[in-house]
Design a binder for this molecule. Structure first.
Ligand code: GDP
Ligand code: MG
Length: 255
């Protein structure tokens, strides 16, 4: 599943080879015309069907699910660690699907914070995929007791391309973009920035040390996704996180 996937430039990519991936260009070496289209449609159909099943499982258990995406190192796990503590203190029962190609480093960092954690290593039987797909998340959900949860946070594999293209069955998508990554990323990765409803602009504590132009970045986000909400945060200091907790728990407290 999820072996071929679509890139922003319309080419396709094969990731069934020791995690490295192989560029297939327009796939003309494999198939042509309607045959090619049907292969790709089948892959996305299969993912989308599994995503619907995941969402139904969340809904049946009254769980709100959020897909958290970013490039590697933007601060997803740091943010999650802080978030899990706050959720625990406010009585929100949280679970995490922790997606990484290899290692349990992040899952270990999130242990002991009151949340159920289900680790998914895509290098472990999933071909080293650069993203989570819905069937993988379905597998991870078998290790969570959804009936005992209010919220599931999915930490996707760090990547600004692949995760945007796979619906994992979450209700909402959010990305962390740190100011060390530069202002141009919304323009370079528009599919990702278009796929989300909230951008957490992270590492704002580093602003005095960088030449990052916050207004330029915000303008670039708005250019590719005018509806996107943005929040300046520091997962390190906790600055700006009140807005994040409000966004995260709104659907739960509104019930
Ligand atoms: N200065 C600063 N560093 C941060 C912040 N958030 C994360 N980091 C650091 O960035 C690095 C990568 O963070 P991590 O949470 O592992 O990112 P992930 O790969 O997206 O999960 C770590 O060294 C964190 O301590 C922040 O808000 N400010
Ligand atoms: Mg991480």
């Amino acid at each position: 599943m999820g072996r071929f996937h679509r890139h922003d430039d319309g080419t396709w990519h094969d990731h069934d080879h020791d995690g490295g991936g192989r560029d297939l260009g327009d796939l003309s070496a494999y198939a042509t015309g309607t045959e090619r289209v049907s292969v790709l449609e089948r892959i996305f159909d299969e993912n989308d069907r599994a995503a619907v099943v995941n969402r139904e499982a969340f809904d049946a258990a009254g769980v709100q699910a959020v897909n958290l995406m970013s490039s590697p190192g933007a601060g997803k796990t740091t943010l999650l660690a802080r978030t899990l503590r706050t959720l625990r203190d406010s009585g929100v029962r949280a679970g995490v699907v922790e997606g990484d190609i290899e290692t349990s480093i992040d899952a270990d960092r999130l242990a002991g914070l009151g949340a159920q954690i289900s680790l998914l290593n895509t290098g472990d039987g999933f071909g080293g995929e650069c993203h989570l797909d819905a069937p993988m998340v379905a597998r991870a959900l078998t290790r969570l007791d959804l009936d005992a949860l209010d919220l599931v946070l999915v930490e996707n594999v760090g990547n600004l391309v692949c995760p945007a293209e796979f619906d994992v069955g979450a209700h909402r998508r959010v990305m962390v973009s740190s100011i060390t990554e530069g202002e141009d990323k919304p323009l370079k990765y528009p599919v990702m920035f278009r796929s989300i409803e909230l951008v957490l602009i992270n590492k704002i504590d580093l602003l005095p040390y960088l030449d990052f132009d916050l207004d330029l970045f915000r303008g670039n986000v708005a250019q590719v996704n005018p509806a996107a909400r943005m929040l300046d945060i520091s997962a390190r200091t906790g600055e700006g996180l009140a807005g994040w907790y409000r966004w995260l728990t709104e659907p739960i407290t509104a019930r």
